[in-house]
Ligand binder design. Sequence first.
Ligand code: NDP
Ligand code: 8X3
Length: 249
Amino acid sequence: MRKTALITGATSGIGKATAQEFAKQGINLILCGRRQERLDKIKKELSKKVDVHTLNFDVRDREKTLEAIASLPTEFQDIDILINNAGNAHGLDPIENGSLDDWDAMMDINVKGLLYVSKSVIPNMTKRKVGHIINIGSSAGKEVYPKGNVYCASKHAVLAITEGMRIDLNPYGIKVGAVNPGLVETEFSDVRFKGGKQADGVYKGYKALQAEDVAEVIYFAVSRPAHVNIADVLMFCTAQASSTIVKKN
Ligand code: NDP
Ligand code: 8X3
């Protein structure tokens, strides 16, 4: 029988590539995001391979998140795999100049949004005593870099929550892990710099990770045998040694 995966942030970047990889591997999909046209387009593409349902909600909105996931049709209710991927950086500023709106966005989306989605999905997993949760953290969850302050804090929180989930869900046989990429060429920097020119240079002069590279690792994690849990992955492109060291041409 086919598994069902719920992927947040499936309209772009890592989430979209993961949806494409999962469809290729025969995993039915619940695709989440706020941009409905993109959800429709991806659904049309992937429905040729697997069953696809889309949910449009903002993970910051607690009620809408709970309602959306509670509204799933019966055939999509048993979620085997949850990919908590929705998130972004907002701004890159020293702490003394940081924007409160940016701070709210990062904590509300990357941390609280992840919790709201998990809260909606976990009860069905504990009831069935099966499930796999992968949280998309970041190298920013493992080290703090200049001006990364609150984004790094949000990703450190994702890793703490991942460990907490793994401990608490252990009695139910639910697998929990994190995949933590370094620089990945997606819409991430457009969002971080609010469409500003600064985004243009981020992936220039070296080959950054591509969303598909991360999607392959996520699929590797979810396709291990029942007794194997990939608890934590840190992945960089070859040119990147740490958050601050990138070998550019
Ligand atoms: P993208 O900007 O390409 O994708 C972000 C996704 O998150 C979109 O699908 C977006 O969908 C969704 N999203 C953003 N805000 C919300 C919200 N409030 N409610 C619901 N969905 C939301 O970036 P990436 O693919 O790079 O990022 C995915 C994850 O990977 C993030 O958690 C990011 O922190 C992490 N990451 C990224 C790295 C990188 O260098 N790119 C490196 C390490 C980790 P929509 O706008 O349609 O709602
Ligand atoms: C995204 C990678 O280095 O911009 O999490 O924080 S970085």
